[in-house]
Design a protein around this ligand. Structure first.
Ligand code: NAP
Length: 264
């Protein structure tokens, strides 16, 4: 399917690997030029090189996207579109798991900064330009934990729920929505990425269970009985960014192999 977005510019956060990379890859396949962001320069360059094979322009910004300086570097990257992105995929690392008794104010501020305020800052910088040009697609990578909170991921549950509430309002703001600008949240269940591996590893250390035993139980918690792949996550993201998805707005879309048991 031609997604109708060839030649557009996308900003993708947390793009060197995992779900962000999946989105960047699918957008590059659709002919979209990219600004890819993550902190580690070597992995980012390697991933960008891989995506240039699709014949698109791929720029890299090796910065922490959760900081004002990191975001300034994105807007001023040489050869980039400034703040005139057509597509923005917000993403960075998730907060650590743990016991809520151990989280102080600093831990909460960091989680809210990374998983709520950073996406809001990225939207604030780009959305009016999208509306003025009559096309915009914003996809926030959040978590299935927004719909089905996981006790040890309290920092994530809290910060991302704040983002979801904000997006529910902003996406329906007439000054945005009537100009063909959409904002949707993609809610991953368990995907086979380094983050999932590190969560399984730390749970194994705490519980004494083996990583494989924990992985098997986690796979079995979804009717699909497997982990998701970043590629399939990315293709869904690219569709939401396509010309065809202009009537999908303000939604929280689960990609979890059927793990969430509710009808709605
Ligand atoms: P991942 O495989 O660990 O990849 C994270 C990516 O983000 C890397 O490219 C990393 O590169 C980059 N990154 C992290 N912090 C950053 C920062 N401050 N600034 C810029 N780039 C940053 O993680 P993932 O599994 O793709 O997860 C992506 C998001 O989805 C996370 O928020 C995670 O909590 C959420 N999620 C994942 C799952 C899952 O099963 N995988 C489920 C639910 C929710 P650098 O480290 O080099 O910066």
């Amino acid at each position: 399917m031609d997604l109708g977005i060839k030649g557009k510019w996308a900003l993708v956060g947390g793009a060197s690997k995992g779900l962000g990379w999946g989105c960047a890859s699918a957008l590059a396949q659709a002919g979209v030029n990219l600004v890819m962001v993550s902190r580690g320069a070597a992995a980012l360059e390697a991933s960008a090189d891989g995506l240039r094979q699709h014949g698109v322009t791929v720029l890299t910004v090796a910065q922490d996207i959760t900081t004002p300086a990191g975001r300034e570097a994105i807007w001023s990257v040489a050869g980039g579109p400034g703040k005139n992105f057509d597509i923005v995929v917000t993403n960075a690392g998730g907060p650590p798991s743990g016991d809520f008794r151990e989280w102080d104010r600093e831990a909460w501020i960091k989680a809210v900064d990374g998983n709520m305020l950073t996406p809001i800052e990225l939207m604030k910088a780009t959305i009016d330009g999208m509306a003025a040009r009559g096309f915009g697609r914003i996809v926030n990578i959040t978590s299935s934990a927004v719909k089905a909170p996981i006790d040890v991921l309290g920092l994530s549950n809290g910060a991302r729920s704040g983002l979801s509430g904000f997006v529910a309002g902003l996406s329906r703001n007439p000054s945005i929505a009537k100009h063909n600008v959409t904002i949707n949240n993609l809610l991953p269940g368990a995907f086979d990425t380094d983050r999932l591996k590190s969560i399984l590893q730390s749970t194994a250390e705490k519980t004494g269970k083996s990583v494989e035993e924990l992985a098997q139980a986690r796979r079995a918690s979804a009717p699909a009985n497997r982990f998701g792949h970043p590629e399939e996550f990315g293709q869904t993201c690219a569709f939401l960014c396509s010309q065809h998805a202009g009537f999908i707005n303000g939604q929280n879309i689960l990609i979890d192999g059927g793990a969430y048991p509710g009808a709605f």
